[in-house]
Design a protein. Sequence first.
Length: 149
Amino acid sequence: MAVLLVRHAVAEDRHRWAGDDDGRPLTGRGRAQAEALVGQLRALAPTDVASSPSLRCVDTVAPLAAAAGLAVRPAEALAEGNGGAAADLVRSLLAAPGTAVLCTHGDVVPEVLDALGVGSGGRCQKGSTWVLDAGDDGGVRGLYLPPPA
């Protein structure tokens, strides 16, 4: 399986948000990024869409899931601070058929990439995607797609 590891789109500023951080929404720019992800990723034929339970992550991949006729499946392994669990999830999905889209946070993406031996090289912008697949040599290959909008 290919795994599309997405960092959530631009959200309201963490330091200015008065509510629960998991409820912090996307900005207008973030919503535009989420819509543009449909055009960028739909051709990769997602068969599963999972997300951190945080609203900003769910809303980042909801348009893509809807376009693919899928539901967004909440996955605690993709929540902030869960890089190890997220890496385990990615490893398990790389061995399965299909294409999974996983939306997570800025602290998780580099940790997952490091655990898989695919260094991020500092590329982890909001709304960006890493296309990951298992190489013939047993390693993991990664291709960085910058944010679409």
